[in-house]
Design a protein around this ligand. Structure first.
Ligand SMILES: Nc1ncnc2c1ncn2[C@@H]1O[C@H](COP(=O)(O)OP(=O)(O)OP(=O)(O)O)[C@@H](O)[C@H]1O
Length: 479
């Protein structure tokens, strides 16, 4: 089997080499391509071995395009390239180890040039990014080509947003999704997806002028333009854009001047079939201090929420980071991290990267233990095992009692309530039986615990003050 995949790899690679040889200089070919060995071909992925990481970086920097064309010619559009790098072993062992790295490099989005008619009123058009020539305006898209659809993993939580983004990228300005509003909590991928749409549009429609801008920078530019009395130039510049991506639009809250100018730009672009993509940390209905006329425009197209990723998506994201960095990690460690870092993809990335760093700097194996210590630094609420003792301590402290008094036979009302709360939370947060909870709470029986739980339920409905105590303690226990 291995022989078969190796032979196959060799013959595919030879064909690639023939193609590459015809398209680059002889010396470059000798230096950069002859030393490469083809190792394996599996599932449309060709593994090649290169002599060093520098070699890998050079190839990715200078020859990725031709490598891609050669490979796709041989294996079709789904072809992938994976580098294996023979590394010197840092501990001086004879046995070399290989690091595996995918071909990920994407070319940066090129500067866009636009021929702009000279306007009578605006002989000196000011480009907020670059000082322009009069006729030819250079517009940097400000897109980050590392954010692509390929590395934005799909899951239940982002399916609508991702698919709508794809639709827009295939037909900018030509779908009902205009504007496309991507919204969701912190670190869930809004910016990534917004860039990916822009990058994809530039690939499919190089002639389109795409601009990514954060609402904050947009606001600064606008304020500057007012100060320098170039407000019209500012508006005119934005009207040149075919695809305008504004990140964190909620930043315009309360800034009526900027909202006003954005309203005009938006209307112009929309009326002229240009695409607008917005991101926000809130749904349009929840945005505060944004003018109604602007909010209603945000709702014209599609508002797609990006939610917290589910466990499976988190595992996939973690794996894709590992793949990108050429690191292998035991499955149980990946699952542990994905299980505990759940609210934010940025934190998930951070935890994985920190785990890789800890293991490589301290030369430690990546184990569950190491993962636990790293994850604890990232998430405050890694679920602790809560014990009955711990609950009694928290409840007693809250009511300024000691645990002995809490568990005593006294019938004073506030102590009885504290005791009932302790029993209720013991039932809620531990797996102990009612009998066990009773016996650890001053040697009471299971019926008393049951009665306590019912009383707490009733009081929550009828007694506001008691409900306040309950919520405070619950918060402390879930911290
Ligand atoms: N589905 C995904 N697949 C792969 N990576 C993702 C995904 N979602 C988010 N990420 C990564 O998580 C990190 C945070 O994402 P991003 O910056 O886009 O979040 P955001 O929603 O814009 O956050 P903020 O509200 O702070 O601006 C980025 O590095 C991004 O690449």
């Amino acid at each position: 089997m291995l022989d078969y995949t190796t032979n196959n790899a060799k013959s595919v690679w030879n064909n690639c080499l023939n193609f590459i040889k015809d398209n680059i200089q002889e010396q470059a070919f000798k230096t950069w391509f002859e030393p490469i060995k083809a190792i394996e071909l599996t599932d449309n992925v060709l593994y090649i071995q290169v002599p060093s990481k520098f070699f890998y970086e050079w190839l990715e920097e200078h020859y990725v395009k031709i490598l891609k064309s050669a490979l796709q010619k041989e294996l079709g559009p789904g072809a992938k390239l994976l580098y294996k790098i023979e590394m010197e072993n840092a501990q001086g062992n004879k046995k070399p180890f290989t690091e595996q790295l995918p071909s990920t490099h994407r070319e940066p989005v090129k500067t866009q040039e636009l021929d702009v008619p000279v306007q009578q009123k605006n002989p000196e058009l000011k480009n907020p990014f670059v000082i322009p020539g009069i006729r030819n305006v250079k517009i940097e898209s400000q897109l980050n080509s590392n954010y692509s659809f390929d590395n934005f993993l799909e899951g239940e939580s982002n399916r609508l947003a991702r698919n709508a983004g794809m639709a827009v990228a295939n037909k900018p300005g030509g779908t009902a999704f205009n504007p496309l509003m991507l919204y969701g909590g912190v670190g869930l991928g809004k910016t990534h997806l917004a860039h990916a749409i822009g990058v994809e549009i530039k690939e499919k429609f190089p002639e389109k002028t795409v601009l990514y801008i954060s609402a904050e920078v947009f606001t600064q530019q606008y304020v500057d333009s007012v100060r320098k009395q170039t407000r019209n130039d500012f508006i005119y510049f934005y009207q040149l854009i075919d695809v305008l991506i504004v990140d964190d639009i909620q930043f315009l809250s309360g800034k009526s001047g900027t909202q006003d100018v954005f309203f005009h730009i938006f209307n112009y672009l929309h009326q002229n079939g240009k695409q607008v993509i917005l991101t926000s940390d809130k749904a349009p209905v929840d945005m505060q201090d944004i003018e109604q006329r602007l909010l209603s425009r945000f709702k014209w197209g599609l508002s797609a929420e990006i939610q917290h990723p589910d466990f499976e998506t988190r595992v996939n994201i973690a794996k894709s980071i590992l793949f990108r960095d050429g690191v292998e990690m035991p499955e149980d460690v990946i699952e542990y991290v994905a299980k505990n870092v759940k609210t934010n993809v940025r934190e998930l990335e951070g935890a994985i990267i920190s785990l890789i760093a800890q293991s490589s700097f301290n030369k430690r194996e990546i184990t569950l233990e190491l993962a636990k210590s790293v994850v604890e630094k990232f998430v405050k609420n890694v679920k602790k095992d809560i014990s009955i003792d711990y609950i009694q301590k928290i409840v007693s402290d809250y009511f300024s009692l000691d645990v002995e008094t809490l568990c005593s036979k006294t019938r004073k009302r506030h102590i009885v309530q504290a005791r009932q709360l302790a029993m209720f939370f013991s039932k809620k947060y531990t797996k102990s039986s009612l009998a066990n909870i009773g016996s650890l709470t001053g040697d009471r029986d299971h019926a008393t615990v049951l009665h306590a739980c019912k009383t707490v339920d009733n009081l929550l409905e009828t007694d506001k003050q008691f409900k306040g105590y309950f919520e405070d303690i619950n918060k402390k226990l879930s911290m």
